[in-house]
Design a protein around this ligand. Sequence first.
Ligand SMILES: [Zn+2]
Length: 153
Amino acid sequence: MRNLGKNSKVGLKFILDTMLGNLLTWLRLLGYDTLYWHGERDDELLEVSRSEGRIIITRDRRLHSLASKSGAESILVVATETVEALKTLQEKLGLKMFFNPDKTRCPKCNTLLVKTSVTPQKWSCPGCGKTYWKGRHWKNIEKVLGELDRHEV
Ligand SMILES: [Zn+2]
């Protein structure tokens, strides 16, 4: 596990490269401030990482080595399957993978959601106006989280 100094792991911020779009929803759901990089220029990505204190998560070995050389914190994810990719983040960052209903982010726009109802649990997004609730898809989310929980190191 890396020593991340004073950073609280819960407060970690990320910038995801475009090849890892499947992780975006997950990281935001778990409350992590995650930016999805749409730009083409690696130097701009490095600059955003630096100025906003975001850890780069990438599948691009070239970008990963460029980032590491420039002193940016970067995690290389080679797994293509979502659960395996999340396990990589657990292993390399000691990232906590649990759902906190009071600290979850909009999958669409990254804004912290506001809880609007406790039973059933519902949230709304002050950023884009979307509403969310624990629907049928939640079973799958819990299954994945259970798997990650067992994996925790
Ligand atoms: Zn939103």
